[in-house]
Design a protein around this ligand. Structure first.
Ligand SMILES: Cc1cc2nc3c(=O)[nH]c(=O)nc-3n(C[C@H](O)[C@H](O)[C@H](O)COP(=O)(O)O)c2cc1C
Length: 215
């Protein structure tokens, strides 16, 4: 390894910090995070809807996504009980309604009505779809992994519903039409409107471009 100096930085050791400051640290540096707007149904039939930005693809075959609940909240309890849920993508036009569903409402109050969004039946799972959402993914619970204070929910995608208006003439999903929003630190969000393309290089192209690998 070369004898280079690290630029000035603050070193943060988790053992010296409380849960709250670690939460703010992680939320500010793991950005931008896409938002899974998760719909689930309680055993008494109440429809639940809540945003989760600890969200990503877990596997592509079988298609599996994950979201993480910090704590054992209504969403996790419902998913554990029913084994089913729906994840929606949040477009810019839905951001305020998504935010309304993050309020800590009593378990018997449906966030669909709080946010003024329309529940419609899913095809394969017992959880409602947000009619206004551009994308809805019906999921069957794969497993819940407990990690420290959190619950990572993995769901196998059993049906994708992608609004007709998102598809371009080459039958690809147009990111401009999807207009997804992402979560940054604190209450800051990002729109996905400043995009660029960057082709992935082959090793040979890197060498042709003058890169000299250390051996
Ligand atoms: C944009 C956004 C993203 C959020 N992401 C998460 C998350 O990843 N995990 C989490 O536990 N809570 C997250 N929250 C907070 C939950 O949405 C909130 O605690 C909600 O009340 C949980 O609902 P539930 O009790 O019905 O599960 C987020 C809130 C917002 C506004």
């Amino acid at each position: 390894m070369e004898d280079a100096e690290r630029p000035p930085s603050r070193t943060i050791l988790p053992a010296d910090h409380d849960t709250r400051s670690l939460y703010f640290l992680l939320n500010s540096i793991v950005v931008p995070r896409p938002i899974a707007w998760v719909s689930s149904r309680a055993q008494d039939g109440t429809q639940n809807l809540a945003p989760h930005s600890y969200f990503t693809v877990a596997a592509t075959d079988p298609p599996t996504i994950s979201f993480t609940s910090i704590g054992d909240k209504d969403t996790v309890r419902n998913v554990r009980d029913t084994g089913e849920f729906v994840v929606h993508v949040v477009g810019n036009d839905l951001v305020e309604r998504m935010n309304a569903t993050s309020a800590s409402a009593p378990a018997d109050v449906s966030e669909f009505s709080l946010a003024g969004v329309t529940p419609v039946d899913a095809d394969l799972v017992d959880a409602a779809i947000v009619a206004e959402a551009p994308v809805a993914i019906e999921c069957a619970l794969d497993r819940i992994v407990e990690v420290g204070n959190s619950f990572m929910v993995l769901g196998r995608c059993v049906a994708f519903h992608v609004a007709e208006r998102l598809w371009d003439e080459r039958d690809r999903i147009d990111p401009a039409r999807l207009d997804a929003v992402a979560r940054m630190g604190g209450s800051t969000y990002a729109r996905t409107r400043d995009r660029f393309d960057l082709a992935r290089p082959s090793y040979e192209e890197l060498l042709d471009g003058g890169v000299t690998p250390a051996v």
